[in-house]
Design a protein around this ligand. Structure first.
Ligand code: GTP
Ligand code: MG
Length: 198
């Protein structure tokens, strides 16, 4: 899919204030610093669209970006960067869970995972949560430029094993990406295009 236009529309912390258009949208979620905003910039070929930072906690709000005037990419704050340890429920900020539970236009959640790290409890919990509320999801492994192919394959296999052990029948669709190298861009855009055409 060719990206002709990508524009920032609105930031807020209230799902009721998100755009009213009934256009399909795709949300990017994952631990702080995993590369959500960078991936949005990579997909849209615009380094300055979503704000990125080397320090976790950069994205604080729900950000809507309109692409090709007919679908949205949504950048969200990261989870798991609480200064104090909290119960699972509180780790996922209320306005984020509200977004996932109330946003009718959401057609797929892309859950980002740093490919260098072993499956983390908080990610498995979030995957389980998205499964429970029955939102279609994909896993997006990020920062693949930082490790070799063998380790990347091992990371994916580790996830598959842990999900199957957690009563998942199969691994959700997944992508291996690098925002610095543009890896996975075509595959992700084709996947989104396929859903948009359904
Ligand atoms: P929060 O908004 O804080 O939750 O973070 P985020 O998930 O949006 O991460 P962001 O895109 O801001 O990137 C965090 C850091 O990781 C930045 O220093 C990026 O340059 C770096 N980064 C993101 N993607 C990649 C990648 O594919 N490869 C490499 N090497 N670095 C990356
Ligand atoms: Mg961000």
């Amino acid at each position: 899919m060719k990206i002709n236009t990508a524009e920032f529309v609105i930031s807020n912390s209230d799902v009721a204030k998100c755009p009213k258009d009934m256009l399909p949208e795709y949300a990017f979620i994952g631990r702080s610093n995993v590369g959500k905003s960078s991936l949005i910039n990579m997909l849209t070929n615009n380094k300055n669209l979503a704000k990125t930072s080397g320090r976790p906690g950069k994205t604080q709000l729900i950000n809507h970006f309109l692409v090709n005037k007919n679908w949205f990419l949504v950048d969200l704050p990261g989870y798991g960067y609480a200064r104090v340890s909290k119960k699972t429920k509180e780790i996922f900020q209320k306005f984020i869970t509200d977004y996932f539970e109330k946003r009718e236009q959401l057609v797929c959640a892309f859950i980002l995972i740093d490919i260098r790290h072993e499956a983390q409890k908080i990610d498995l919990e979030f995957i389980t949560y998205i499964g429970e509320i029955e939102i279609p999801m994909c896993l997006v492994f990020t920062k693949a430029d930082k490790i070799g192919k063998v380790k990347a394959d091992m990371a994916v296999a580790d996830y598959r094993k842990k999900l199957l052990a957690n009563n998942w029948e199969e691994m959700p669709p997944y992508f291996i990406t690098s925002s610095s190298e543009g890896r996975g861009r075509e595959e992700l855009l084709e996947y989104i295009d396929g859903i948009n055409r359904e």
